[in-house]
Write a protein that binds this ligand. Structure first.
Ligand SMILES: C[S@@+](CC[C@H](N)C(=O)[O-])C[C@H]1O[C@@H](n2cnc3c(N)ncnc32)[C@H](O)[C@@H]1O
Length: 220
């Protein structure tokens, strides 16, 4: 699907039909996997901007139902394809634009999970996404997100790929910003340095490095 940075659509035009089963977005990081493992997850969860399914099987293994949502239908088709028969009965998909009002009623979900994506959006857009997450979340429900900071995408020749409009926060900027955004939630914050990761997207190949913040927020 076509990317359109001006409209906050960051699909990177990946052709998922031609990718192997492993996610094009890299390996699942330890910190997020551990957080999901030790968190009590039940009921209905929304995996927002789910892409081709990193962490989705872990969510499906614990939740009663997972709605995987993304603007790119071909990503969701791959996500369904790589989900085992045993878990597929608990999986639904929704094609949606995260910067528009979410196509779900208030208080629908017990949890909202979103990784690898939210650092891309300008501040007011990010705020409106979190507002929508809060609207569709039940009281006592949980939001788990990650947020990359200090990002560098380095091509083999040493030059950098800079994503248009990306705020590219430093860790020091992002922490107070996120605390303010989630001030009505009970939050736990984990910060870590991501492992350097080699990413291949169509004709682009680059090394992605960043710090990242994991937020575990409960709606009170
Ligand atoms: C960097 S990938 C991360 C995917 C997945 N969460 C992961 O961590 O592997 C970003 C995902 O966000 C989706 N996306 C980008 N802009 C979007 C938008 N405006 N609305 C919904 N999804 C969007 C892309 O299609 C892509 O699947």
């Amino acid at each position: 699907m076509q990317s359109n940075e001006q409209e906050n659509i960051y699909t990177d035009e990946v052709n998922y039909a031609n990718t192997p089963d492993a996610s094009v977005w890299g390996t699942e990081d330890e910190a997020t996997a551990t957080l999901l493992e030790r968190t009590s997850i039940a009921g209905k969860w929304l995996n927002l901007c789910a892409g081709d399914g990193r962490f989705n099987n872990q969510l499906l293994g614990k939740a009663d139902e997972v709605v995987a949502a993304d603007i790119d239908e071909s990503a969701l088709q791959k996500l369904v394809r790589i989900t085992s028969e045993a878990l597929r009965g608990k999986l639904a998909t929704k094609t949606m634009n995260v910067v528009k009002p979410f196509p779900f009623a208030d208080n629908t979900f017990d949890g909202v999970f979103c990784v690898g994506t939210l650092h891309l959006f300008p501040r007011p857009v990010f705020q409106s996404i979190v507002n929508e997450m809060g609207r569709v979340l039940k009281v006592g429900g949980r939001i788990i997100i990650d947020f990359a900071t200090d990002i560098r995408r380095t091509y083999p020749d040493g030059s950098l790929w800079v994503v248009e409009n990306e705020p590219n926060y430093t860790l020091e900027e992002a922490l107070p910003f996120l605390r303010e955004i989630f001030k009505r939630y009970r939050i736990a914050i984990i910060t870590d340095r991501a492992e350097s990761e080699s990413v291949k997207l169509n004709d682009k190949e680059y090394v992605f490095t960043s710090n990242f913040i994991l937020i575990d927020a409960v709606k009170e």
